[in-house]
Write a protein that binds this ligand. Structure first.
Ligand code: FAD
Ligand code: NAD
Length: 159
């Protein structure tokens, strides 16, 4: 099957956008990812899927931890930065959740310890055991058909 057909089909599934952050020996790394899912409530588990070519793969293997930062509609530029889609490098100020690196303004910051790892095809699935959560108010950044978007705001007509 053609790769483009597969990607076009997967792109029909509208998602939010996250930046995965991790701290390896004092250096913080980030990567944009939309392959994220809630897995279990009891115990609290999530999953992310990281491609074999992404340097984030080795970073998470080394640190054994990651934070999922669910981006707000105002953070498209951060998504592009951490997907390598911006030409220039930027300095990013990370925040901290009980020692885990987070992105300020992200709607949810979910710090995890790697509970298990599954290599599947050209990606690795990391099951994360959730340690801490911080929530912020705002609208989500969306990804659909290979493009960014945001929620349409419904206006209610007064009778
Ligand atoms: P690098 O190429 O090292 O880093 C990525 C970018 O982040 C670089 O430009 C780097 O300069 C910047 N960066 C990293 N750390 C910092 C820092 N501390 N300060 C400032 N800048 C920094 N790939 C997947 O494997 N799984 C997914 O679920 C996934 N979902 C995606 C969803 C979307 C919407 C998009 C656009 C891309 C997605 N990708 C996904 C692709 C992935 O984001 C890119 O392939 C990415 O470039 C891989 O990054 P890397 O780990 O190789 O890190
Ligand atoms: P796109 O049309 O490539 O993405 C549409 C959908 O296809 C994505 O939401 C994802 O579900 C799927 N997809 C894309 N590349 C994939 C891959 N290598 N492995 C598994 N699923 C994949 O959108 P785009 O704007 O061209 O994406 C920008 C870049 O980010 C591309 O290089 C793309 O490969 C990469 N990306 C990777 C993943 C991933 O690895 N899971 C997810 C999204 C985007």
């Amino acid at each position: 099957m053609d790769d483009r057909l597969f990607r076009n089909a997967m792109g029909k599934f509208a998602t939010g956008v996250t930046v995965i952050t991790t701290n390896v020996n004092g250096t913080i790394h980030g990567m944009t990812a939309n392959a994220f899912m809630s897995v279990s409530l009891n115990p609290k588990l999530v999953v992310i899927s990281i491609g074999e070519k992404a340097s984030m793969l080795e970073h998470i293997k080394q640190s054994g931890t990651f934070t999922v930062n669910i981006l707000s509609a105002q953070q498209q530029e951060l998504s592009m930065l951490f997907a390598g889609q911006l030409k220039e490098k930027r300095e990013v100020q990370f925040s901290d959740l009980q020692g885990a690196p987070t992105i300020e303004g992200a709607l949810a910051q979910i710090s995890c310890e790697v509970a298990s790892t599954y290599v599947e095809g050209d990606h690795t699935l990391f099951i994360g055991s959730v340690k801490d959560i911080q929530l912020e108010e705002g609208e989500p950044l969306l990804f659909f058909n290979g493009r960014y978007g945001s929620l349409a705001v419904e206006t209610t007509m007064q009778a």
